[in-house]
Design a protein around this ligand. Structure first.
Ligand code: FAD
Length: 412
């Protein structure tokens, strides 16, 4: 019997699932539904577009013909409002009902709004879609002064956009350094210096209490919790994601700060799978549930979900993710889960070279490399192999790390 698969979301998780389904289930009916007006594009590259460094065309990954050629029914501008998991039916905002045998929820997230006065003013931007990038680019091109909020991986993109567009900016951070959950002050200082070189001034123990707005509704500046005022006719806010799970209300699908799935991407409800940023997945490397917001992980989860939708519990998700930043003269990479762990090792090698590894129960669970990425494959292999190595920090932190110098793995 022909199986029908419905995928909600045409980001990298949903799109990768559609591609895998078509390759491995040639006769299946496949529908992909997205509330965006354009088919899959490279979300990672929209920052380069907003910087003014890339035109629109290379950012698109699939046009509509890609779906036609694969006999995938793509529904653009279509929002799924709810799901009847007993009846196996998905309902759209136009009250159209679509039946499924297997359903994939790959709806990602929406940037969290800053809960302060005037955070909806003209010129205050959140960053997730290509449409956001177009608006950010247009505003940054005419702005003189900028404000950035959110000391994480997306906030630094907004800071880099200000730098590239010659907007003098203040980067208001809550703690004493950028991405304080993964970097120490020593590592973060390398990033701060790189920001300063681009005209972005980090401000610590700060944040935004309210935005000041002119009569025209345009942002003029921000007041931080210390009462200090920063001018800005452009602001970028990146303080996290709210997962797009409204459509799951009443379905009984378990959520715990994300949609809970097992290692096969199966939710707690039969025939409903989830993949991508919104999952709280069972990480077979860590041995516990975890979350990850990265392109490669979302792509792999989509493909794994597809295989398990075709053939239940046939392939588990096992992946060490990476996330790199290319805004500065030196490379930056984080891998795995650098913000967790019960132990860590770090070392600074030069003004632009620093490394930190996070361990849990003696095993590497993540890390951050600045300046020299060459040890990454060795570290990731140790993480995948779940080797206990925290007692050999000196070897791990050697500038030229050589995994062969580690004591042989013990039987566990
Ligand atoms: C500016 C920026 C830079 C980034 N840089 C990097 C990077 O350098 N490296 C890296 O690894 N990762 C990066 N990321 C993160 C990476 O892009 C995400 O982890 C990845 O795109 C998540 O894919 P996804 O398919 O899970 O979700 P999404 O890409 O968010 O896709 C979900 C889709 O579902 C749609 N949708 C939501 N609700 C509904 C509904 N009810 N009905 C229909 N459609 C719906 C959404 O509109 C969206 O199109 C970046 C993200 C951004 C925004």
């Amino acid at each position: 019997m022909t199986q029908s698969y419905v995928i909600i979301g045409d980001g990298i998780a949903g799109s990768s699932a559609a591609e895998t389904l078509r390759e491995e289930a040639p006769d299946a009916d496949i529908t992909v539904i997205t509330d965006e007006g354009e088919a899959l594009y490279n979300r990672i590259l929209i920052k380069e577009f907003a910087k003014g460094k890339l035109p629109e065309a290379p950012i698109s990954i699939h046009d509509e013909s890609w779906y036609d050629e694969r006999d995938v029914d793509l529904r653009l501008n279509t929002h799924v409002t709810n799901i009847d998991t007993d009846g196996h039916v998905v309902r759209t905002h136009e009250d159209e009902d679509l039946e499924y045998d297997k359903l994939l929820v790959a709806t990602g997230g929406t940037p969290t709004q800053l809960p302060v006065e005037n955070s909806d003013a003209e010129g205050v931007h959140h960053f997730w879609t290509f449409q956001d990038a177009r608006k950010i680019k247009a505003d940054a091109e005419t702005a003189d002064a900028g404000i950035i909020v959110g000391a994480g991986l997306l906030g630094i993109d907004l800071a880099a956009i200000c730098g590239a567009q010659d907007v003098e900016a203040h980067y208001l951070m809550r703690g004493d350094c950028w991405w304080r959950y993964a970097l120490s002050e020593a590592g973060a200082e390398i990033m701060h210096d790189a920001m300063r070189e681009r005209g972005v001034t980090p401000v610590f123990d700060s944040g935004v209490d309210r935005f000041e707005v002119g009569d025209d509704g345009q942002i003029r500046g921000a007041v931080d919790p210390n009462g200090d005022y920063y001018e800005g006719d452009f602001a970028g806010v990146a303080i996290g994601l709210d997962f797009n799970t409204e459509l799951l209300q009443g379905t009984g699908v378990e959520q715990d700060g994300g949609v809970v799935v097992d290692e096969y991407m199966q939710t707690s409800v039969d025939d409903v799978y989830a993949a991508g940023d919104l999952t709280r997945f069972y990480d077979t490397v860590l041995g516990e549930h975890a979350q990850n917001g990265s392109w490669g992980s979302a792509k792999e989860q989509g493909a794994i979900a597809a295989r398990n939708m075709i053939d239940a519990e046939s392939e588990p998700f096992r992946w060490v993710s990476s996330y790199s930043i290319t805004h500065f003269d030196f490379p930056f990479l984080s891998f795995g889960h650098p913000t967790i762990g019960d132990d860590h090792a770090e070392r600074k090698y030069s003004d632009t070279e620093w490394r930190r590894l996070a361990f849990k129960d003696g095993k590497i669970v993540g890390g951050v490399l600045i300046g020299d990425l060459s040890p990454q494959s060795g570290y990731k292999r140790l993480m995948r192999d779940e080797r206990v190595v925290a007692d050999q920090k000196d070897v791990l932190m050697q500038k030229q790390f050589d995994a062969d110098e580690l004591a042989p793995a013990q039987e566990q």
